[in-house]
Design a binder for this molecule. Structure first.
Ligand code: UD1
Length: 336
């Protein structure tokens, strides 16, 4: 099993995963509709790996195109990243999310069934746990009612995959990926005003945004700000490689989920302080009101991934914030 279709392979997590696939002897083929990224990312991937990567500009909802790509490339497994992920936008435009995230998944699975490709790694999210009663959460922790259409698409996506018994599925529940490749040639590239914390921090440090607002300091946490499990995107990328290795060695697997986090909960202020300290700069920020829909605290018990996939996070918070800033500083050369 070598030839891997990576949908959304020019997105933030997808691009880092393509690099690690090449590093570990897999042959990735990318399909991406460029709706939330740019072709420059392909240049970055090719510069890092020193290889030409096959790329198709297609939407995963195009059944004929995806079926042909699977067949023509003799694909043996799929990593499915292609989806929308902005929580607030999903509340405003729910059908956009159901159409792309659910419609795209169903379409991809139809194409896989037709071409008899049964192996898939799916991008899920810790959002499926909602506001957990206790952290760390493990894979048996209750799935709470989703607090956004986006979160619901991840819950439904897992259920669809579990129902498809012809598949060998690993679903990865990501915690909060941050940071960038150590080369600073690929990283997170939000279009417009960032929703997520670290791109907002780096854009503020770069002077693109005037000031960062910390969303609430009245939570029941050690410094009053929300707690998340931040994980380096390269570690997350490697979790996909380990998942493929597992699928290859367990052809009878049907459906398994794994938490992918470090197991450490960090507050927003701890992230800001680490960013300032490691990069030796001062951030302009102030405390503002809570953001609607935010979970107070969630972090991972990632022992299942360690015990079964043989995966643990290797890169620490310093490397996460160092690489995020290095990427931001490299951006004028690479910007869209
Ligand atoms: C969110 C989603 C998650 C999704 C992920 C990817 C929720 C509850 N979770 O994660 O399901 O997979 O985005 O898009 O919406 N913060 C600030 N100031 C900012 C930005 C963020 O203080 O300008 C804080 C937030 O309140 C939060 C933390 O930083 O406490 C992380 O926020 P963010 O990066 O947006 O990720 P999540 O909300 O955890």
């Amino acid at each position: 099993m070598k030839k891997i279709l990576v949908t959304g392979g020019l997105g933030y997590i997808g691009a880092h995963t393509v690099v690690e696939l090449v590093n570990h002897g897999y042959e990735p083929v990318i399909v991406d509709d460029l709706s939330n990224t740019s072709l420059n990312v392909l240049d970055g991937i090719q510069a890092i790996t020193g290889q030409a990567i096959t790329f198709y500009q297609n939407d995963v909802r195009d059944l004929n195109a995806i079926t042909k790509i699977l067949r023509d490339n003799q694909i043996e497994a799929v990593i499915h990243f292609a989806a929308f992920k902005a929580v607030g936008e999903s509340v405003q435009q729910p059908l956009k999310y159901y159409d792309n995230n659910i419609g795209g998944l169903v379409n991809l699975l139809k194409a896989m069934q037709t071409t008899q490709v049964k192996n898939i790694v799916f991008s899920s999210s810790c959002t499926v746990y909602g506001e957990p009663d206790v952290s760390p959460v493990n894979e048996s922790s209750p799935i709470k009612k989703a607090n956004s259409p986006y979160g619901n698409t991840k819950q439904i996506g897992e259920e669809i995959l579990a129902d498809c018994q012809f598949l060998n599925t690993v679903a990865l529940r990501y915690f909060n990926p941050i940071g960038a490749h150590k080369s600073a040639l690929i990283g997170e590239l939000p279009l417009g005003v960032p929703n997520n914390l670290v791109p907002y921090i780096t854009q503020t440090a770069a002077g693109i945004r005037e000031k960062l607002t910390v969303f609430g300091q009245d939570y029941n946490t050690k410094d009053g700000t929300c707690v998340r499990d931040y994980i380096h995107v390269t570690d997350l990328a490697i979790a996909h490689v380990k998942s493929l290795d597992y699928i290859k060695n367990h052809p009878d697997n049907k459906f398994e989920v794994y938490n992918i986090g470090t197991g450490n909960g960090m507050t927003v202020l701890e992230i800001l302080q680490a960013f300032e300290q490691v990069n030796d700069l001062k951030l302009n920020y102030s405390i503002g009101p809570r953001r609607a829909g935010d979970v107070e605290k969630v972090w991972a018990d990632a022992s299942k991934a360690k015990n079964i996939l043989g995966w643990t996070a290797q890169l620490d918070l310093n490397e996460m914030v160092r690489s995020a800033w290095a990427w931001q500083q490299n951006l004028p050369k690479n910007a869209i």
